[in-house]
Design a protein around this ligand. Structure first.
Ligand code: HEC
Ligand code: HEC
Length: 495
């Protein structure tokens, strides 16, 4: 009897402890998912406009939108939508057209990263972080993913043209302050000497212009573009202390570089100082909670184990571990920088951190908060962690390789041109190679001519800073067979 009691008691207690354990882990599970959802909500609604400062377009954004509806390209697009029975009303159409033309992502009928802020009885058009830092992949909206289609050059070129006219005659001081700043913002971003050459790429050079202005000198027209794709932001909390941006040459200790994209739009560094506490909070407490997106289609489970072994043997020495917690969520670790003579990808971006630039920063008004990570200057690129990598195409810091499959091919066999149009939509997603679909044989020649004529819709590897060489490690990659590559891809889909 005693024995039975004992057994019963042990059973009951172990049942209780088991159930509390699983409850605890369930609530932990939900808390991480909840934190992600919260972070996504906060980040997608965030902008740094304050006291008239920030990335703005001239007051009365709505008028800009209205005028765009009259654009000849808009009329074509309207016909297309009507034919597809997707035309609803003018407001909806204008939103869709702006998204198509300038690459803003639409979520719940709103343009991501575009805000209309009421300020001193004006409607100010404000750009937020998510214009670049939220995107779509295979038709799925992903908070914290780089926007694949954003065209900062085209936005500023057109905004500049239109703003010039409606600024006339307005003598209100508050209006003039924002208007002039917006005009300068548009001028710098649309400067053909330093802007990006392809949609989806963002030029770091625009950030550099701030430091010339800071010293009261004109920036040199031949300073380069340093075009990069906007990076994914999950895992940034762990990465930050090892250096920010794709080469890690900028110190993340003060968080101040994270404001880089806004810096050149402001009239002085005071804006950065004012918002620095919020940037710290946003980086660690908000972005730090983002999870990578899960692969939205079927994964061939039988190949994953083979792929994992291939990954451990061929990739892990650079890309490192991808461990999970007990609920299967990533345990983020910092990536490490691989020297340029080893990875051999395009070096143009590394040159942006030139001795001249370093000196401007170190003698400028923000020298106490903007620091470099000396050991990483012009050294190489981070081998990024591959969480959510299925969604991050086109690949490499300059977005020069359209699919995971091609990442594993010799550079000579990779695509020289591919389309960036609707790059995040489902119809552009190639499930087998994981990445962008390619031009078919019939249209190739014509598309190549368009690329040579400068089409911003087409990625062309012959453009400055857009080379697709490198990241081919002869010894290991040359041994991979077609089915090895497919197995590796199945494993990468699980990250
Ligand atoms: C115009 C597009 C654009 C906007 C707007 C923008 N960013 Fe970025 N951001 C980039 C690009 C491009 C990089 C990568 C630069 C590089 O690696 O050379 C970057 C890098 C970063 C990084 C570092 C990522 C890493 O892996 O090291 C963080 C964090 C970040 N941005 C946060 C923000 C925040 C917060 C805002 C809003 C204040 C913002 N960004 C606005 C384009 C943008
Ligand atoms: C010798 C070090 C090294 C090895 C080995 C290596 N990589 Fe990389 N990988 C890098 C570096 C460095 C980058 C970033 C290069 C750049 O952006 O220019 C990178 C970038 C990538 C990217 C692009 C990520 C993105 O978001 O654009 C993918 C995908 C990738 N590697 C997959 C692999 C796979 C799969 C393997 C193994 C088959 C592998 N790598 C082996 C160093 C390495």
């Amino acid at each position: 009897m005693k024995k039975i009691n004992l057994i019963l008691i042990t059973l009951v207690t172990s049942f209780i402890s088991l159930s509390t354990l699983s409850k605890a882990s369930n609530s932990k599970e939900s808390s991480r998912v909840e934190k992600h959802a919260n972070a996504a909500e906060i980040f997608t609604n965030w902008h740094f406009f304050e006291n008239g400062r920030g990335m703005t377009i001239s007051p009365n954004l709505s008028r800009f939108m209205w005028m765009l509806g009259e654009d000849p390209q808009a009329k074509e697009f309207k016909k297309e939508l009507i034919a597809k029975k997707e035309y609803e009303n003018k407001a909806d159409f204008v939103t869709k057209f702006i998204s198509k033309k300038y690459g803003f992502v639409i979520k719940e009928e709103k343009l991501m990263g575009v805000f209309n802020v009421q300020y001193k009885q004006m409607d100010v058009g404000v750009l937020g972080c998510t214009a670049c830092h939220s995107g779509k992949a295979a038709g799925v909206f992903v908070p914290g993913l780089g926007n694949k289609t954003i065209d900062t050059y085209a936005i500023s070129r057109d905004v500049g043209r239109i703003q010039r006219f409606w600024g006339w005659g307005n003598r209100n001081e508050d209006y003039k302050y924002i208007h002039e700043k917006s005009m300068n913002f548009a001028k710098v971003t649309a400067d053909e000497n330093i802007s990006s050459l392809t949609r989806g790429l963002v030029p770091d050079s625009t950030i550099k212009t701030f430091f010339y202005k800071d010293h009261g000198i004109d920036y040199p027209k031949d300073m380069g573009r340093a075009q990069v794709k906007a990076p994914h932001l999950w895992g940034i909390k762990q990465k930050r202390s090892h250096g920010v941006f794709n080469d890690g040459s900028l110190s993340g200790d003060s968080y101040a570089w994270i404001f880089g994209a806004e810096l050149f739009a402001s009239d002085s560094g005071e804006h950065l100082r004012a918002v620095l506490p919020k940037i710290k909070w946003l980086t660690d407490e908000v972005l730090g909670n983002l999870l990578p997106p899960q692969y939205p289609f079927e994964i061939q489970k039988d190949k994953v184990a083979t792929g994992k072994v291939l990954f451990e043997n061929n990739c892990m020495k650079c890309h490192g571990e991808h461990q999970r917690d007990q609920n299967g969520h990533p345990l983020y670790l910092a990536p490490k920088v691989i020297p340029k003579h080893i990875v051999k990808t395009d070096e143009e971006k590394l040159k942006a951190i030139s001795p001249e630039f370093i000196k401007l920063v170190e003698t400028g008004s923000l020298r106490d908060i903007l620091e470099f990570k000396e050991e990483n200057i012009q050294k190489g690129y981070f081998a990024p962690k591959l969480w959510g990598v299925w969604s991050r195409f086109p690949y490499m810091h300059n977005g020069s390789i359209p699919s995971l499959y091609e990442v594993l091919l010799p550079p000579s066999e990779r695509s020289a041109i591919f389309s960036m149009t609707d790059a995040g939509e489902e119809y552009r997603f190639d499930k087998e190679r994981v990445g962008l679909t390619l031009f078919n044989k019939n249209e190739y020649k014509r598309k190549e001519r368009e690329a040579k004529r400068g089409s911003r819709e087409i990625y062309w590897i012959k453009r400055e800073g857009q080379s697709n060489q490198g990241h081919y490690f002869e010894k290991s990659f040359s041994k991979l067979t077609h089915s090895d590559r497919l197995a590796l891809i199945e494993y990468l889909k699980t990250l």
